[in-house]
Design a protein around this ligand. Structure first.
Ligand code: ADP
Ligand code: MG
Length: 672
């Protein structure tokens, strides 16, 4: 079997199946092998009911006791486990199961464990007879759901291919594999599809993540013909003390380290491609300002682009304050800039009379020309398309680029497009920040929460009310935001209540945000569209409806909208569900304001589920690495890729399995 050849070599794959797989971009057997499971279910360790986690999946061996009907749709089964603990199992329809299960026989059940009125319950668990269980037991992969393709088709075809894996050629050079003790390619793929233990599965995953980064970095290097040895505008180290003594506060340790790394990149003679990641409120802007001052002292101009008018003008205000002691010339260019002013700005820019240009994508229009652009900063970069960012970079050759984000999003794709990406983290918060007081309330306390909100409005503060937005159901979500808006408009009379949601044009959203900023609105009902870093210091309260529906990371982002002024601020999470797990998640939000910790806890709560992490929507199941999550592996793979690239010309590698894997991955990305 030629593993790099078409899947039609596998028994059972005719033209029809081939077409179906082609639709999800699986053409070769390798494509199939690199189609990673979304998750695993653990059918290796049977438990007793009393050892199971409520709300979690459990595998339990039971004896069936009695079957009885509840109504036309539902029937129930009572069972006991090995310790004679009773449980009640509900089935909806599933009549064939009812025929199959015999009282007095033993079965394995796999499903969510609940307790109701002191009794263990399960609903619609999977049921295996003892001999069926023998066949399925172990850690089983679950493949991402695909239209027209069933789980068992993946299982079946992959099972047929796994015995052929010994033919698979390695793509990571042996010394590299030894150095990082990486499993072989064949062994890893086998383990991923047919795990023998969680420990080994983790090893396999590490190897595949390493391979992915290694291959993608090589792809970028060979495609561009260079690595970071790309020429960059040379800047000289200068005495930073002169700059730092003028800034309003001392840098936090995280800011100082990031700044060092940035200056390191700026002075290497190579073009910087750096991502600055830091939690909401960690002070990225200040780092950006100091970096700009460094460039200006080196004789260059700087540009900083923000995704919205409001953000751009906030940056402009901060820049005016910040640069007051420096006598730099700062200008703002947005879609709203008057034609006459715009003309003047463009002339000054070209003449080198402006040091810093701030703005929206108005900055990347063709007639915007700099005299000597040195650094381009993009704020909240995930809001821009790659092409917009690149257009800005084209404004000057070898220009340095810094992108800032609070959202750890860049995954494999981002890396493939950034190429040689470096990352700095700001992992400390500015001192003296009053942490946002977070409280979770249940249905019975919503009234109290609304009353408390009113007292804040009466004191002259402003508030956000956030309603959930679940991507799949825009219509419903919109209705719920609108409904909440109408209710609160009544409830909060005579305060001014407004509604903002994603269906509005960006102009409309901006003008609402502007009104909120200017306190023409007291209470803003909104969907998650406010996530972007807008700063309204007078808004000190956020009430999140149906908070259980949000991811913790997202709640954390949202919460970052308050606590930006001198007032004590509050975040009230209205949890409308009774599930234990949701309350546990609310508990995490109450306990900590550390974004990284929250992300970690969220993951550990979600457990082995979601094994490969949440994937960026639209990203495919063919990539498992995440630059930020797997950053240490990324750095190692990047280092090794760089060494490899310097050592071998493309001509020397183009006949190898490695080169073919680079091409296969490139073509997967372009097929996406
Ligand atoms: P973000 O990383 O979300 O963009 P900002 O740059 O908006 O954060 O900073 C949030 C707030 O923290 C700003 O009001 C800023 O003035 C303040 N700040 C930034 N750095 C420091 C520091 N080192 N010490 C004290 N306050 C700081
Ligand atoms: Mg910011």
């Amino acid at each position: 079997m030629n593993l790099e050849g078409p899947i039609s070599q596998i028994k059972g794959v005719g033209d029809k199946r081939k077409e179906k797989f082609k639709k999800i971009r699986i053409e070769s057997i390798l494509d199939l092998l690199y189609y990673f499971p979304r998750d695993y279910e653990d059918l290796s360790r049977p438990q007793l009911f009393q050892d199971g986690q409520l709300g979690e999946k459990i595998l339990v061996r039971v004896e069936a006791r009695a079957k009885y009907s509840v109504n036309r749709q539902m029937w129930k089964l009572t069972v006991v486990d090995q310790e004679q603990t009773q449980a009640e199992i509900a089935f909806f329809s599933q009549d064939y199961l009812r025929g199959k299960i015999k009282e007095g026989s033993n079965y394995y059940l796999y499903g969510d464990l609940k307790v109701f009125r002191g009794r263990y319950q399960m609903a619609n668990p999977r049921v295996y007879s003892l001999w069926e269980f023998k066949k399925v037991q172990g850690i089983r992969p679950i493949y991402p759901q695909q239209k027209g393709l069933k789980q068992f088709e993946f299982d079946q075809l992959i099972q047929r291919v796994l015995p052929e894996l010994h033919d698979l050629e390695e793509v990571i050079p042996k010394p590299v594999r030894l150095k990082y003790t990486l499993l072989s390619r064949a062994a890893s793929l086998k383990e991923i599809h047919q795990p023998t233990s969680y420990e080994r599965l983790l090893e396999a995953k590490k190897r595949m993540v390493f391979e992915e980064f290694f291959i993608l970095q090589l792809s970028v290097f060979y495609r561009q013909g260079y690595d970071t040895s790309q020429e960059g505008l040379p800047m000289k180290k200068i005495d930073m003390g002169k700059i730092l003594k003028e800034i309003p506060f001392p840098l936090t340790p995280g800011q100082a380290r990031s700044l060092d790394e940035i200056i390191g990149s700026l002075t290497r003679g190579r073009a910087m491609r750096r991502l600055l990641q830091g939690d909401v409120g960690s002070g990225k802007t200040m780092v950006a300002m100091v970096a700009m001052a460094f460039c200006i002292e080196n004789g260059y101009q700087c540009a900083m682009m923000a995704p919205t008018e409001i953000l751009a003008s906030q940056h402009y205000q901060s820049a005016l304050d910040f640069f007051k002691p420096f006598s730099y010339r700062v200008a703002l260019l947005t879609g709203k800039t008057k034609a006459k002013d715009r003309k003047e700005i463009l002339e000054d820019l070209k003449a080198g009379k402006i040091d810093i240009l701030l703005g929206t994508h108005a900055l990347i229009q063709d007639d915007v020309a700099f005299k000597k652009l040195g650094l381009v900063i993009t704020d909240e970069q995930h809001r821009f398309g790659v092409s917009q960012r690149e257009k800005l970079l084209e404004k000057a050759k070898a220009v340095h680029s810094l992108v800032m984000t609070a959202t750890p999003i860049p995954r494999t794709y981002a890396m493939a497009s950034y190429g040689d990406l470096d990352v700095s983290f700001i992992d400390t918060m500015p001192p003296g920040r009053k942490p946002v007081q977070t409280t979770a309330v249940s249905r019975s306390d919503l009234k109290k929460a609304l009353d408390f909100t009113r007292t804040q409005l009466m004191e002259g503060r402003q508030a956000y009310v956030v309603t959930p937005l679940i991507e799949e159901n825009y219509q419903l979500d919109l209705e719920s935001a609108i409904k909440t808006y109408h209710e609160l408009k009544e409830e909060f009379k005579p305060f001014k209540v407004a509604l903002m949601h994603g269906q509005l044009s960006s102009g409309e959203k901006e003008s609402i945000m502007e009104d909120f900023y200017q306190h023409k609105i007291d209470l803003l009902v909104t969907t998650t569209v406010i996530e972007v870093g807008v700063n309204v210091p007078n808004a000190n309260l956020m009430l999140v409806y149906d908070a259980q529906q949000f991811g913790l990371a997202q709640l954390h982002q949202l919460r970052g909208r308050v606590g930006r002024g001198d007032y004590q601020s509050y975040c009230i999470l209205y949890n409308s569900s009774d599930s234990e797990k949701s309350w546990e998640r609310m508990g995490i939000m109450q306990e900590t304001t550390n974004g990284l910790l929250i992300a970690e806890k969220d993951l550990s709560l979600r457990g082995a589920g979601d094994f490969f992490g949440t994937r960026q929507s639209g990203a495919s199941s063919f990539f498992i690495g995440d630059v930020l999550r797997d950053y240490p592996i990324f750095k190692e793979a990047q280092l090794e890729a760089r060494r490899f690239f310097r050592r071998y010309k493309w001509d020397q590698v183009k006949e190898t399995a490695l080169a073919r894997e680079i091409q296969r991955k490139e073509s997967l990305i372009s097929r996406t």
